[in-house]
Design a protein around this ligand. Sequence first.
Ligand code: PLP
Length: 356
Amino acid sequence: MLDIRVEKTTSPKPIPDKDNPLVFGTIFTDHMFVMDYEEGKGWYDPRIVPYAPISLEPSAMVFHYGQEMFEGLKAYKTEDGRTLLFRPDKNIERANNSNRRLCIPELNPEDFLQAIKAVVKMDEAWIPTKEGTSLYIRPFVIATDPFLGVRPSNTYKFMIILSPVGAYYPEGLNPVKIWIEDEYVRAVKGGIGEAKTGGNYVASLASQVKAHDEGYSQVLWLDGVHRKYIEEVGAMNIFFKINGTVVTPKLNGSILPGVTRNSCIALCREWGLPVEERQISVDEILEAAKSGAMEEVWGTGTAAVISPVGALRFEEEVMQIQDGGIGPVSHKLYDTVTGIQTGKIDDFMNWTVEVR
Ligand SMILES: *Cc1c(COP(=O)(O)O)cnc(C)c1O
């Protein structure tokens, strides 16, 4: 149990009007959770303080070598006023997997959950209630040693900030256009692809810019060795429904193991749909799209939950999926996952955790 010190804000900010659309990740609540780490002392001084800029040495190691880990999950308000987290244990477990890979000290899982609950409880009034909205929770750890040598830091800061968010795609559950990248790669096995860390994102920016310029909203990565097998999308895992079977790339060491991915596989199996986690080549995708065997394509991630894919482009070929519409499995997954998250449907998978 953490003994969390609380310093409340003396100048609360206005909570956004519920009729104004919330742009993803632009507004932050009144408070944040902070805890420090020092070699030999461990994690200390857990506190909830007003959301405010922090002061760091320009030499702080995170700025130079990117030693940092982050997570992303959401809190939802139910119709009867309860606050629910969706599978926070999964995020906490993954955070510690990332920490180990990045030489960041692990966090006690119970303390981590307590910290999330405490800061969400503090700013509970900020959880938006409109359809498709939620409170995005961003825990992260940064290396803070003022040192320009290359080694793991001896000091760290763990923080949790909160942001009320609207639907990730303001147009609603609309199919996205995806660019299959054949020039750059994001990660290779043995690298940091399965850790949730900033380095993977900076590696992705150049192709994201290129894809945007061409009118595509996201990039689909191929494996870094053969440049042939499907990996994942920018911040989403990817699923295909081919000839009645749901297929997704298996976790091979360079793919981020998404909580939404795991939830979709579990739901599809629960519904009796055949699911295969395996290697999928881009050629197989092209062929399935051409022959008509490709029934649906969708991405999964906390931010957008389910993103139906309407078009895929590889080199000079553009594949239309579902005539650009939304497939029934994507739709059912979206309704079920968001239904469980918001308490609208019975939590038959026992996935939600109430914040009291
Ligand atoms: C966070 C993330 C995902 C999605 O994971 P969820 O736990 O479902 O939100 C997928 N790919 C990458 C690269 C990510 O960072």
